[in-house]
Every structure is written in structure tokens, then in C-alpha cells.
Design a binder for this molecule. Structure first.
Ligand code: NDP
Length: 238
């Protein structure tokens, strides 16, 4: 049975990704920081749960110990915004804290997870990291971390390829049904984000999960080192 790890699988996109693999009958483990929410999600899904903050090296080492007999697919999904930017006149140390938090949550968490599990990652497997459309244009820690995640992925693909392990980034645009924006999404902003798409609709968590599921399948073994976008045309590539 394939063993799948989805970090941050207790809600939103990660939950939908875990659900897609559960549908295969896979052995799925989800992580998160809120124990109650994680336990409830695991019970609903039929997934194993490991309480682990992806930015905490001890917690990630403990997570890796659950996979001593191997892992086939790692989905680096945990991430999100880590606070509003400080005022421009704030002390430089405050700016440093703001940037460090964003980079830790969205870049370091993925790097730590793959580093801790590298020696048990099985041939024929996949690493899929959730990036963001924000990596294409926004000058903030979140988006910069997502851009760096894609750069890291390119090197990861090169190093894992000889073991027949693929590594890709799935970069969503605006996706409904998640807590990413908390209460911060206004009707005006939502309408503007939808207007930017070619299809004039908001993405769904299932849209992202379907691509992740495909990238981890036998049909996608020659796709590696890529960033694949799920954004309704809000950002286009050549
Ligand atoms: P949610 O806030 O709905 O879900 C985030 C999940 O990650 C939760 O399960 C959360 O659980 C967990 N999580 C967050 N930080 C950590 C951490 N440090 N360690 C372990 N678990 C963590 O957001 P989304 O589903 O929207 O986000 C999932 C991914 O998709 C993120 O990487 C996000 O950047 C990306 N994305 C989302 C978009 C959108 O429009 N929704 C657009 C582009 C990218 P807990 O809080 O309990 O830890």
C-alpha cells in the first residue's frame, strides 16, 4: 500500500489532497498544529494524524520517525500568511522577524520535511510542494518564499531523479473553501481576483487536489522539476 504524507492536511487544500489519496485506498498521514482540528479531520478522512509544526525541527524529526519503513509521496502543503507587514518605520528587527516567519512557514517547512524523510523516500515516488500564484509578482515574505520553493524544487528534482522520484510545484491561484485569508477577504477583493481569471470563477480545493493526485500517479512519471499552475488563467505561462 502506498504511503502518503500531506503536511497541513486538517483543512482546506491539504484536506482535499488527503481525501483524493484516501480514495485510492492509500495509507495517508496528515499533519497540523491544532490537535483537536487534526484529530477531527483524521477521523473524518480515515487518515493517520501526527501533530507537527513544519517549522519545528524536533517535531519534523518525530514525524519522520513514523515513516521508518518508507514513504512514497510527500505533499508539502502546510503554509500560509504569518501576519501583516510592519509599518515602514518599524525597527529593522521587526521587519526581520516578519520576513523570517514567512520564509520559515512557507519554505523552510518543506525543506525540513523532505530533508528529514529523504532516506526513506521510495523510488517511484513523488514530492509535490504547494506554491502560489503570488510567487509571480508579490514582494512579501509569503510570495517570496513560494518563489524560492519553486527554485528549490528544480534542484530537488535534479537530485532525486536518479532514484526515480519526481518533484514538482503546484501553484494555485485564488481557491475557495480554505482558511488562508481568515476573515480578510472582502467582497471587492474576491470579485477582483475572479475577474483576473479567464474562466471568471474561483478555483476549488478539488481543482488543486486533482492535479496533485495526477502528479503522484503512474501517468506522470516524466513530469518533474516543473511548476504547474491551477489558476483559471489568472497567470499564464508559455
Ligand atoms: P488553510 O489555512 O485552510 O489550511 C492550512 C493547513 O496547513 C491547515 O491544515 C493548517 O493547520 C496547516 N498548517 C499551517 N501552517 C502549518 C505548520 N507550520 N505546520 C503544520 N501545519 C500547518 O489554507 P489553504 O488550504 O488555503 O493552504 C494550503 C496551501 O495552499 C498553503 O501552502 C497555501 O499557501 C497554499 N495556497 C492557497 C491558496 C488559496 O487561495 N487558498 C492560493 C495559493 C496557495 P493548523 O493551523 O492546525 O496548523
Amino acid at each position: 500500500m502506498r504511503k502518503i504524507l500531506v503536511t497541513g492536511g486538517s483543512r482546506g487544500i491539504g484536506y482535499a489532497i488527503a481525501d483524493a489519496f484516501i480514495g485510492d485506498g492509500a495509507d495517508v498521514t496528515i499533519t497540523g498544529r491544532d490537535g483537536d482540528r487534526l484529530t477531527a479531520a483524521g477521523a473524518r478522512l480515515g487518515a493517520r494524524t501526527v501533530l507537527a509544526d513544519g517549522t519545528d525541527t524536533d517535531a519534523v524529526e518525530a514525524l519522520a520517525a513514523h515513516f521508518h519503513d518508507g514513504v512514497d509521496v510527500i505533499v508539502n502543503n502546510a503554509g500560509g500568511f504569518t501576519g501583516a507587514p510592519p509599518a515602514a518605520a518599524a525597527p529593522l528587527a521587526t521587519h526581520a522577524d516578519h520576513w523570517t516567519a514567512g520564509l520559515r512557514a512557507n519554505l523552510l517547512s518543506a525543506v525540513l520535511t523532505v530533508t528529514a524523510l529523504d532516506d526513506v523516500l521510495r523510488g517511484g515516488g513523488s514530492v509535490i510542494s504547494i506554491g502560489s500564484i503570488g510567487a509571480e509578482y508579490a514582494a512579501n515574505p509569503y510570495s517570496t518564499a513560494k518563489a524560492a520553493l519553486a527554485a528549490w524544487n528544480a534542484g530537488l528534482s535534479a537530485s532525486l531523479g536518479a532514484r526515480d522520484i519526481t518533484a514538482n510545484v503546484v501553484a494555485p491561484g485564488f481557491i475557495d473553501g480554505t482558511d488562508l485569508f481568515g476573515g480578510g477577504m472582502t467582497a471587492e477583493r474576491r470579485a477582483a481576483l475572479i475577474e483576473r481569471t479567464h474562466v471568471k470563477r474561483v478555483g476549488q480545493v478539488a481543482d488543486v487536489a486533482a492535479l496533485v493526485h495526477f502528479l503522484a500517479s503512474d501517468r506522470a512519471r516524466h513530469i518533474t522539476g516543473q511548476t504547474l499552475h491551477v489558476n483559471g488563467g489568472a497567470h499564464t505561462t508559455r
